[in-house]
Design a protein around this ligand. Sequence first.
Ligand SMILES: [Fe+2]
Ligand SMILES: [Fe+2]
Length: 179
Amino acid sequence: MPEATDVIRREHATISAMIGVLEEMLARYVDGRPYSAQDMPGVVNFFMRFADALHHAKEERVLFPAILRHDPQSLLMLDEILEDHQRMRVVIADITAAIAAADPAAYFDAVNGYIRLARQHIRRENEVLLPLADAYLSPQEQQQLAGALVALHQQMLTAAEVESLTHYQCEVVDRYCAS
Ligand SMILES: [Fe+2]
Ligand SMILES: [Fe+2]
């Protein structure tokens, strides 16, 4: 079984690829090039389900409490990271509302905010938080937490939904980001 922190890193790579899709959609909109507006709800659904319901739950319920047990002083940083998760939820709700209102200027404005927030957030977790977790967690703890991540994964999303989200992610990344 991969270590718990590697599971989180791999999900960051998957989410980052999808942020690349948002960046490409935004660039096309800004340049006046065509993009498929009908892709936007699917992309937003990926961020709601995979990035928030699944990935953030894994961090909030499994990884962060483990870091906190080793280092109570990390509370301040973890609070800031939790605030980021909450901010991203708010921005995704703004994007969803703008899509429902068929208002591209509003949703691309919110998309721009989401891209900056999510990129900065993942960079901080990859460069600061995960190395800290690697330093604190023993190999046994990493394995134990990895097991907890698998259990949570199965609880949050059905296998069919994971497959559908992953398939969609690959398809849309191919379509927007293949050079
Ligand atoms: Fe996070
Ligand atoms: Fe994360």
